[in-house]
Design a protein around this ligand. Structure first.
Ligand code: ZN
Length: 398
C-alpha cells in the first residue's frame, strides 16, 4: 500500500484486523507464556510492525512502538492477553464488558510506552496514549506521520541515512534540521505558523501537540453546555489549523528535497558522461587500436588521412564547428542558405590562410557573371511600396 494516496487509514485498519486474526490464532493457549518472555514479545511486535507502518503511512525505519501508536494498534502481546482474559472470564461465568478489557489493555500499553527506550521524539509529542486513543484523530496523514516520528524529509534524518552530506538546515543557519526545528523553530516557515500562532496566542511548541491533536478530555471540560461546545469547537479549529500547517510545510519541504535530488541525480549523470566512455566512444577507440572500423580499413583509407591525418575527431572539434557556424551565421547574415554556410565553414576550416590567397581569378570570374554593383540585370529587390502596388494591381485584375 502506498504512503501517499491509497486506502484511508480506516480501510487499512480493517485489513489489519485480518493480520491480527492470523497473528493471534490460539492466543488463549500461548498468551501467558509470551507475556513473560521479552524475545517472544519482540517477535510478535516485529510481525505487527510491518503492517502498522503501512496503516500509519510511516517510513520503514520507524520503530515498532511509534508505528503502533500512530496506527492506533495495541502491541500484539497485549491483544493476546486481552483475548485470553475474555475467554477465561467467559468460562468462569464472569461478565466483563469489552470496554473494561479495552481500558485495561490501554493502561498496560501506556505502561509499556512509558518504559520503552524507543521512539523518544514520538513519546515527547504524544505522552498520553489513553487521551490519543479516546480523543485523538482516527487517522494521520503521510506528512503528519513524518512530523510525529521524526523520520521524514528532514536533513538530520536524511544525513543519518547517508542520503545528504550535512544535517544543516537548508533554509536558515541552524546546524541541525530535525522535525522540531522545521515545525517549531525554523524562521523560513514562519508564515505557515502564523494562523496557528494567532489562534493559540503564541508560537506552537512540541508540548502543545497533544492539545492540538486531541480534543479536550470530558473530565477537563466545564459543566456549562455552551462553554463546553465553545471549547470543543476551538479545539477542532486548532486541530484543523495544525494539520494544515503541517501539510503546507511538509508538502513544500518534500517538494524541495525531491527537486534537489533530481538535480543532483542529473549532475551525477552528466558527470558520468565525462568519466565513462559511451558506446560509440569505446567503439571508436577499439577501431583506432585495430585500425579497422566495421569493414573499412583505416590504415589505407587515403581520403580520411587527407582530411585529417589523426583520423579520429573528438567532441572538441564539434564544439569548434558550432562556434564557427555561430560566427558565420550572425544576426546580420541570418538568411544564408545551408549550402553557403557549409561552404564558408569549409573554407574557414580547410582553406589556406587569407594572407596567401590570391582572389584576382575569382573576382574576375564574379565580375564576368555581371555581379558588379552597377549591373542592372541582377535580380531587383522590390521596395515595400512597390510590392503593395503590384499586389493591388493583381487584385484589381481579378
Ligand atoms: Zn531552518
Amino acid at each position: 500500500m502506498p504512503n501517499v494516496g491509497g486506502p484511508s487509514q480506516c480501510k487499512r485498519q480493517l485489513l489489519m484486523s485480518v493480520v491480527h486474526s492470523r497473528l493471534l490464532y490460539g492466543a488463549q493457549v500461548w498468551a501467558d507464556k509470551t507475556s513473560a518472555i521479552e524475545k517472544l514479545k519482540g517477535l510478535l511486535s516485529q510481525a505487527q510492525r510491518c503492517a502498522a507502518l503501512r496503516v500509519a503511512r510511516c517510513y520503514r525505519t520507524v520503530s515498532d512502538m511509534a508505528a503502533l501508536v500512530l496506527a492506533r494498534m495495541p502491541p500484539a502481546f497485549l491483544l493476546a492477553t486481552k483475548r485470553k482474559n475474555i475467554a477465561d472470564n467467559r468460562k468462569a461465568g464472569i461478565l466483563h464488558s469489552r470496554t473494561e478489557e479495552r481500558r485495561e489493555t490501554i493502561r498496560k500499553w501506556q505502561s509499556t510506552w512509558d518504559n520503552t527506550t524507543k521512539a523518544s521524539w514520538t513519546k515527547c509529542l504524544i505522552p498520553d496514549i489513553n487521551r490519543l486513543w479516546y480523543q485523538g484523530p482516527k487517522a494521520v496523514s503521510y506528512h503528519m506521520s513524518q512530523v510525529l516520528t521524526g523520520h521524514g524529509c528532514f536533513q538530520q534524518y536524511l544525513h543519518s541515512k547517508a542520503i545528504v552530506e550535512m544535517p544543516d538546515c537548508v533554509h536558515c543557519p541552524a546546524n541541525v534540521d530535525s522535525a522540531e526545528h522545521t515545525i517549531f523553530d525554523c524562521p523560513f516557515w514562519k508564515d505557515s505558523r502564523e494562523d496557528l500562532t494567532r489562534a493559540i496566542g503564541r508560537a506552537p511548541r512540541p508540548n502543545d501537540v497533544m492539545d492540538l491533536l486531541c480534543s479536550p478530555m470530558p473530565s477537563e471540560l466545564p459543566e456549562d453546555a455552551q462553554q463546553r461546545s465553545r471549547i470543543r469547537a476551538q479545539a477542532s479549529k486548532n486541530h484543523k489549523m495544525f494539520s494544515d500547517m503541517i501539510e503546507e510545510i511538509m508538502g513544500q519541504k518534500d517538494y524541495i528535497i525531491q527537486v534537489e535530488q533530481v538535480i543532483k541525480r542529473t549532475i551525477k549523470v552528466l558527470e558520468s558522461f565525462k568519466t565513462m566512455d559511451k558506446e560509440h566512444v569505446s567503439e571508436a577507440k577499439e577501431a583506432q587500436i585495430i585500425m579497422l572500423f566495421k569493414t573499412v580499413s583505416l590504415t589505407n583509407n587515403q581520403k580520411l588521412i587527407c582530411i585529417n591525418p589523426s583520423q579520429f575527431i573528438t567532441s572538441a572539434y564539434c564544439e569548434r564547428g558550432f562556434s564557427l557556424m555561430n560566427i558565420i551565421c550572425s544576426d546580420l547574415r541570418s538568411k544564408l542558405a545551408i549550402k553557403n554556410i557549409a561552404t564558408l565553414m569549409f573554407i574557414n576550416i580547410n582553406g589556406p590562410p587569407l594572407s596567401i590567397w590570391n582572389p584576382t581569378k575569382y573576382v574576375g570570374s564574379w565580375l564576368l557573371q555581371h555581379r558588379s554593383a552597377d549591373d542592372n540585370r541582377s535580380t531587383k529587390v522590390e521596395s515595400l511600396e512597390e510590392q503593395t502596388k503590384n499586389h493591388c494591381g493583381k487584385f484589381y485584375k481579378l
